[in-house]
Design a protein around this ligand. Structure first.
Ligand code: FPP
Length: 166
């Protein structure tokens, strides 16, 4: 059957069969993005957080299962205090929006990494998103890593792979 879109319809079906199960990214370039536009670095972080939300929605709509972002490593605590504060503020906003929207959006947001050093307010919000995520079995997963150590995560993945028979 010929669709309004013509031949690409068939190609799209083919492409969808090749959609990955999981895509993971390391957030980078927020500062450079802002600098190019004559904006403060914090504007780049705000745009980065919004972009993560947008991409997560697209991944869900494409039928993927997981989208993971490595957002803030242990190294990132060494940044100027006002930048770290702004990033923590963005995480708080992201969590508040998620508490309000993840059920409607059908997105299981989960935070990973050592979250025990975050403020009690952020930890409480993470507990709330965890509770909501429990009520969304089978839904698309959006994962955010904070206070993570890259090498530890590689080691963890290698061990898990070895344990599963490789
Ligand atoms: C990397 O860009 C960005 C970070 C280390 C921090 C990003 C964290 C957030 C925006 C918090 C909220 C995020 C989510 C997903 C809810 P960079 O500053 O290293 O950029 P540069 O390489 O251009 O300097």
């Amino acid at each position: 059957m010929k669709t309004d879109m013509g031949l690409p319809h068939d190609n799209m079906v083919g492409d969808r069969a090749n959609i990955p199960h999981h895509v993971a990214i390391i957030m980078d370039g927020n500062g450079r993005w802002a600098k190019k536009r004559g904006l403060p670095r914090t504007a780049g972080h705000k745009a980065g957080a919004e972009t993560f939300r947008t991409i997560a929605g697209h991944c869900r709509d494409l039928g993927m299962d997981y989208f993971t972002v490595y957002a803030f490593s242990t190294e990132n605590w060494k940044r100027p205090a006002e930048e770290v504060e702004a990033i923590m503020g963005l995480l708080e906003k992201y969590l508040i929006d998620s508490v309000n929207e993840m059920e409607e959006d059908r997105i299981r947001l989960k935070f990973f990494g050592d979250t025990s050093v975050l403020t009690p307010r952020l930890q409480e919000l993470i507990r709330r998103t965890d509770e909501i995520a429990e009520r969304l079995p089978g839904c698309f997963h959006a994962n955010v890593y904070v206070n993570y150590v890259g090498r530890v995560e590689i080691l963890r993945a290698a061990r898990a792979l070895a344990a599963s028979g490789g």
